[in-house]
Design a protein around this ligand. Sequence first.
Ligand code: ARG
Ligand code: GLU
Length: 725
Amino acid sequence: MMKRFLLCCLFLALLSTRSFADEGMWLPQLLQALNEKDMKKLGMKINASDIYSISKGSLKDAIVSFGGFCTAEVISDKGLLLTNHHCGFDAIQNHSSVVNNYIRDGFWAYNYGQELQNPGLFATFIVRIEEVTKDVLQHVIPGMTESARQSQVDKNIAQIKKDYKKENWEDLFIRSFFDGNKYFLFVTETYKDVRLVGAPPSSIGNFGKDTDNWMWPRHTGDFSMFRIYADKDNRPANYAPDNVPYKPKRSLKISLDGMKEGDFTMVFGFPGNTREYLTAAAVKQIRDVNDPARIGIRAKALEVLNRFMRADEHIKIQYAAKYAGIENAYKKWQGEVLGLTRTDALQKKLDYESVFTQRVNANPAWKNSYGNLLSDLSKTYTDIQPYSYARDYFNEIVPKIELLGIAADLNSLVTAWTKDSTSYGKKKTDILNRLEETFKEYDVTVDKKLFETLMEMYVSKQDDNYVSAAVKQLLKDNNQSYTNAAAQLYSNSGFTSLDRIKQTLELPASEALTKIKEDVAVKLYSDMLKTFTSNVSRKLNEYQASINQLQRTYMQAQLEVFPEKRFYPDANSTLRVTYGNVKPYRPKDAVQYNYYTYLDGVMEKYVPGDYEFDVPKKLIDLYKAKDFGPYGENGRQPVCFIGSNHTTGGNSGSPSLDAYGNLVGLNFDRVWEGTMSDINYDPSICRNIMVDIRYVLFIIDKYAEAKNLISELNLVHPRAKAKTK
Ligand code: ARG
Ligand code: GLU
């Protein structure tokens, strides 16, 4: 008994120090209360109010959500923004053509006039954050059904938004935290004229491509530059030629001093989605069921794409972005399974749960309300498992077979017509525009092969109940041959070429709709969707609602039962601060990774003419001449470094800041062994990867010779200053 008690104390001690080191995506407005002391202990030299304040300019005024999917930061008093190359990639691609191949060659604006507009791209500042839990949960009572609760919450949120006083150029949204236990309101300012200023060639900005993605050691100059434009009053405005460069409340100073092992770093940005408070049962399902299902499907899809892309240069270009997208999560999930296994995350969760249970059982009130939580959750996870597996199958397979996606898109015209025939024309134009884009990156042979391969998984690897009868019939008609089934479908559908789709849509609406409804691909897709909706999603949603409810209570219980632990809410694309130190790591026995990489490493990886590892001639020349300007260090050019900051997707482009809040790097990835930090952060192997700001400046200055951009920046030497003090 005593031994168990001691073990339990030891575990709790571990538990509370664990969250004091590097784990956590903290709310900027609560840093002062929760983290400031700890941050200073780790080396921070500024105050929490220098990071977030609503009464004076603070670092938060230099951080933006970039297009809603990445982070960027303001680095000059003329609204210059820095983000990742892979965040700006869409914009770079949109401006690229065979003549001006900015993806291959890079792009640099040497004056304002050369900067390029990007319709649809925006940059959102956070003006302030306020807690509104009490108002959002008004009239929400225990025992309400999930849907009743949701409609009460929605009603309350609508009311709060209506009553809240803000400026007319500001926006506002309310988000749930801690699985619906807390709510915060965000007042924001969104600038919609964001122009492309600079991007290195892909051979720098995406050096190492898929092979190096999620990997350390890394040598990628993953950055691009944009500029925010405002109207004459410095307010948000739609693109207009006479908009002017935005004058920020705050822009980041840039440190030329680099980082040493153990130095304090923090990353300030918009992490997208984590699930740190799941039960062991939930984590087990992700590790053993969902991740392997999704990995398996993607492996097959990538195999097909790879075969075609290697054999045909045109297909290689067409499918490059799709391939990278499929590969990115594929590789991350593999790292996640590996990391969860290697760090024994399941056992850690179970240990945590056993402490939880002991405490709950020792307190009659808790026992009454929380006593069955873990077993209820466990049971519901068992119930949902076949449905969540079928969901992964449907969601992973259907979008990868583009004929089905095209069929779905066209089929939505039928629904639009029945609902409101006046919207038909607009909807038709939208779909045609979209399909123009789709077909640029579409090859019917590739798609047919994807159909054959993925449909075989769809049929043979899941419960027969979830397989569409129309798919079974198609196979039966073709002697169970997937090749013949695909051949039949692709030759009988009218939707494998853009010209034929256009011909159909030029017909009078009623004729076009009949053709759509009768197309074999549309019929097949509709039956797959119907099967999924009636045999999978109905049950899935029911169980998911129970899980949401139980998880919300479990979260509330954890907050109460572990008062000594500091909790941070899961990432939800809102502004967060994460902090840690520059640190090496040991991925496995006998292997130790250093925390810095240099240009020498780029040259070591150099494969002339290679798709992933080519190096531009000018960079080689600069390397040979050791022409690093003020950006080198002891005759070498630093490139990337790693730290223990807890980051996730969405943190791409986030600034990494030193102890004084100066910009020292740009976050762009995590190490493969540590991608399980989305579910269970482990300080021993979780590292974020940042490109050293001196590499970014070296490329802008020496490679691109964009002196106009360098002259806008505020470069500092905090180490020298600290010494002379
Ligand atoms: N792994 C990083 C992220 O999750 C970078 C992805 C872009 N780079 C690539 N080679 N696909 O977004
Ligand atoms: N590359 C990721 C992004 O686009 C960041 C890496 C991660 O997931 O931590 O946000």
